[in-house]
Design a protein around this ligand. Structure first.
Ligand code: PSU
Ligand code: MN
Length: 320
């Protein structure tokens, strides 16, 4: 049962899975268009979908295609997003423009959460979320992803945030906004390329079922916001923290020198880090995204077993 309304179209397989209450995992598209170089981006997008399937859930990669959320991209649509360098990176503020002008846009964590919530998908896997940028005192650069976690009822599985960001301030912001940050089998908040950041999460969860139980209680009680499930990169793929910290510091300095600002900062830093590590950071990135996809599928499966899970408050209930 696919669904179509003015601003959203749910693909048939995903629509059926949602209607059946089966496990579905949302996946974002900015990581494809602006987070990784071609062709690794498309290979990874396909592999991540396969990981979700192997773990027993249906993948729903999300983007805006021709002015409408598309929930569950086809192979051709994935290809379009992977190849076109100038596709819009759409955060919440850009959605109205993309809808009105019938644009095709990659969705960030924030906008993928919105599309997922509208479709009724509760679990979303990505690499790293946005956060508070280093130098925020001067720039006020705080990713809209954090605000979205505070308002939209979707659980995001990520390997923490990259230390291109200010991790302690990112965690302070999430605490202020009332967003639960759960560590998957750890108390340490992971730093994307490495398993340690020096910052702690408030709560450690022991399994996917444990995480799903907390999510169900959070939503069923009416608390409503999103949650962040922080899942460290597998030890065998982790990078040396001192090495990657040096690379990141250099990339941040290069961005400043090049005058990069606003929404271009994150893509610039991601690409620069890949260059500076001769592609080693990209391999780590791919490994952690797959690991997040697997855990997200396990959490989605556990949630699917939860009786009477409240539907998201902002779900589009009866599309035309
Ligand atoms: N962090 C990563 N890889 C990514 C992103 C973040 O390690 O691809 C992307 C995600 O789509 C995230 C977005 O939502 O960057 C955040 O951008 P900004 O900092 O401009 O809010
Ligand atoms: Mn920003």
């Amino acid at each position: 049962m696919g669904q179509k309304s003015t601003y959203i179209e749910v693909g048939p397989e995903v629509g059926d899975a949602i209607a059946d209450g089966a496990a579905v995992v949302a996946l974002e598209s900015t990581i494809i268009s602006h987070g990784m170089p071609y062709p690794k981006n498309i290979e990874t997008a396909r592999e991540v979908e396969a990981v979700v399937r192997a773990a027993g859930a249906v993948p729903a990669t999300i983007a805006v295609m021709d002015g409408r959320f598309r929930i569950g991209l086809s192979a051709e649509e994935l290809e379009v997003l992977a190849k076109s360098a100038d596709v819009l990176k759409a955060s919440r503020r850009d959605l109205g423009v993309a809808f009105a002008r019938k644009l095709t846009a990659a969705t960030t964590v924030a906008t993928t959460m919105i599309g997922a919530a509208w479709a009724g998908i509760r679990v979303f896997a990505t690499g790293g979320t946005g956060g508070v940028h280093r130098g925020v005192e001067q720039t006020m650069d705080v990713s809209a992803d954090l605000q979205e976690l505070a308002r939209t009822g979707v659980a995001v599985v990520s390997a923490g945030v990259k230390s291109i960001l200010d991790i302690p301030r990112t965690l302070e912001y999430l605490e202020t906004m009332g967003v639960p940050v759960l560590g998957f089998e750890t108390r340490e908040f992971p730093a994307f390329f490495s398993r340690e950041s020096g910052s702690q999460v408030a709560h450690r969860v022991e399994s996917a079922a444990d995480a799903a139980g907390i999510m169900a209680a959070h939503w069923n009680s009416g608390l409503g916001s999103g949650l962040l499930l922080a899942n460290p990169i597998p030890a065998e793929s982790a990078m040396d923290p001192d090495y990657i910290e040096g690379v990141i510091a250099r990339a941040v300095a290069d961005a400043e020198a090049a005058g990069v600002v606003g929404k271009d900062i994150t893509p610039y830093l991601l690409a620069r880090i890949v260059e500076l590590t001769d592609g080693k950071s990209l391999e780590a990135n791919i490994a952690l995204v797959k690991n997040n996809a697997r855990v997200a599928a396990e959490v989605a499966s556990a949630l699917a077993e939860t009786p009477r899970l409240r539907s998201p408050a902002n779900r589009v209930r009866s599309p035309e």
